[in-house]
Design a protein around this ligand. Sequence first.
Ligand SMILES: [Zn+2]
Length: 344
Amino acid sequence: MADFTDLRRQVRSLDGFTKAAYVEEVQVLRMEAERARRWRRVADPRESWVYISGGDATWAVDRASRVGHHDPVAAVTFPPLHSQLVGWWLFHAWRSIDLVSAGLSAHEHGTTSIAAITSRALIEELGCLVTEVRQIKAAWEVVKRADLNPVRRGELAKNQLGSVLARFLFATRMSSKPANAPDATNVLTYIKKLDKLSKSSKFSEWYDWLSDASHPAYGARLVYVTNPMRHATGAVMLRFHSRSPLHLEKSSGERVDFTYDIEEKAETALESCGTLLIKYLKTALSLVDDFGLTTSAATLTSRTYWRNLLPAASGDECACGCGPWAQSIHVWEGGVQDLPPLNG
Ligand SMILES: [Zn+2]
């Protein structure tokens, strides 16, 4: 059986890090003239609203800080986007923790049928995270590198990151979905992406086996059956059915384990995808923090939330843990964190 000591330690640490995390996600809605008039009538000034208008549209957000009131474009744009990014990241972190923990538990208890289902879901989760983080990075790079005035930069952030995040947060494949809800990406697209980025076919091979084991098909039956052995005469083929994996003990006392293909694929996929997920989550959080610190999102709102880090004085260490603030990348037109490779 595989040794998951390192993965178990990493997932426990991530669980402790995110257990008490929370965020109130804010979506700013475009208001046409009629709706904006209603908002003006109903909005309570004690809720500290700020707003911006352009053409016949208005965007407003409550609970702006004193700094936010001095910069309404930033206050309406950046804290809501940051709240969506933090929520996006927490979804991936909590789902990864749940799936890896369930996978480890299934292996401890020898329930290969459950191990196969969780490892299959882990491959999908990794594919989704890797795909989404690349799109968020690309959108953030466009916004961060643009040499624009604050108003145009706010617009660009809303158009670029806002639309990418809206698709990730609300896309679905349910047949009863509303007509204007975005379509979720086909899961096979994620798997192909993993193969392409890792320059291998291992993700689709694991996925193929584990999908068969997750449905009532041949793969699911293999969980409880040894690989076939041909009788020396060639006349018959034998397979042993048993509740748990079997092993043979030779007269010398030597133990020989039967190999179980599904158990082996589920273990390999758990170790590989679990480790990659935790690595990718760390980089994804660096991107979320870079957005928060470059835009000073947390200074523009009075809402408190997880990762509402504040920019540091130039001689101090950055709150995100990247080192001295003066050397950090959290400046407009600065660089963006690289993503880890999938191969190796
Ligand atoms: Zn930093």
